[in-house]
Design a protein around this ligand. Structure first.
Ligand code: ACO
Length: 324
């Protein structure tokens, strides 16, 4: 038997305001262009809630789904690149909002952009397998609307705000888990959002936030290779065949990327869980939102074998297997 990781509960939260394609009246774009190039029809954008508020709603829903006492949580990891503040971490803010201040909790954020949630799952799996963690809350949460240039039609129509969460615990199983992750830090220019600037303290100027910049076609080509590589790597490690995999949950960026991978790898498109048409690309939140929604809808069930596969800025990519 192996020390394995059980995803005991899942939850998700969408931001309050739904924006349909035809609502982008200030842009030179159209519903037809966005739908045909991306598969996205709508996305949710926050009006008042920050990243930790979305994370809280998703976390509460995951705790309820897992049927645990929240005080059992000893580890909180939040994958995000749009935190409430530079510091403290969203994970620490979330600990307070959950009312877990008196519990010993290891809380930290992890930034690997859209790959972040799979990296958080891999991190927590290692903690659980060594016994360091008994019950973990991992969250992918983003308020990407904060880093959007709302006049750049080539990026702002793609993204949305939301959060997804898992409760993970230890369990003994015959299955072994497979994880893969990689990075190409030299490709930072392909997808980036500026952080704080180094200041000339003798000539201080107002601080400016960075907006997201993306070379769309380069990301498109990278994404197809990254998803295919991630799937192949964990299939090889797990000794599963693709036929034995019930569902693949890819990062929800663009329908055409998923369709390309499905056709290139000869995987039926029905094996991919997709909800990007309603949520857009929510970066680190996209995989747990898709999984939690699919579980709530009765699509993902106990015993299913799944592959989560993410890609994003770094450039980074990662994949993990799990048995639900
Ligand atoms: N509406 C209308 N026209 C647009 C829009 C829009 N929203 N956006 C771009 N265009 C225009 C461009 O300006 C360009 O016009 P031009 O020919 O006059 O210069 C034309 O459409 C074609 O632009 P392309 O960039 O070649 O369009 P493409 O078919 O590649 O689609 C897209 C662009 C959708 C961004 C695509 O490249 C893509 O999906 N790339 C991957 C992006 C992605 O997945 N990013 C996120 C992944 S990582 C992460 O999640 C952080």
């Amino acid at each position: 038997m192996n020390d394995n990781v059980k995803i005991k509960g899942m939850g998700y939260a969408a931001a309050q305001r739904r924006i349909n394609n035809h609502d982008f009246t200030w842009l030179d774009t159209s519903d037809e262009w966005i739908t045909s190039r991306t598969g996205i029809n709508s996305r949710y954008v926050t009006e008042t809630e920050n990243t930790s508020d979305l994370a809280l709603r998703a976390a509460l829903s995951a705790i309820e789904d897992a049927k645990i006492d929240k005080h059992e949580i000893d580890t909180i990891i939040v994958a995000t690149f749009t935190p409430d503040m530079q510091t403290p971490s969203v994970a620490s803010i979330l600990q307070a909002k959950l009312g877990l201040n008196d519990c010993p909790v290891m809380a930290f954020d992890l930034n690997s952009a859209c790959t972040g949630f799979v990296m958080a799952f891999q991190t927590v799996s290692a903690f659980i397998q060594t016994g360091r963690t008994k019950t973990a809350l991992i969250v992918g949460a983003e308020t990407l609307s904060k880093v959007m240039n709302w006049n750049d039609r080539s990026t702002c129509v793609l993204f949305g705000d939301g959060a997804g969460a898992f409760i993970c615990t230890q369990y003994a199983s015959k299955e072994s888990m497979a994880h893969f992750a990689n990075s190409r830090g030299d490709l930072e220019d392909v997808l980036s959002a500026e952080g704080l600037q180094i200041q000339d303290i003798s000539n201080a100027r107002p601080l400016t936030g960075g907006t997201l910049k993306m070379q769309g076609q380069a990301v498109f080509r990278f994404a197809i290779d990254a998803i295919s590589d991630g799937i192949r790597q964990v299939i090889e490690q797990s000794k599963w065949s693709l036929d034995e995999v019930d569902y693949i949950i890819p990062h929800q960026a663009n329908m055409r990327i998923i369709a390309h991978v499905a056709s290139k790898m000869k995987i039926p498109q029905e094996k991919f869980i997709i909800n990007l048409e309603r949520f857009g690309n929510t970066s680190a939140a996209s995989i747990p939102i898709a999984m939690a929604e699919a579980k709530a809808n009765g699509i993902l069930k106990e015993g299913h074998r799944v592959i989560m596969v993410g890609f994003g800025a770094g450039l980074t990519w990662a994949a993990s297997t799990a048995v639900l």
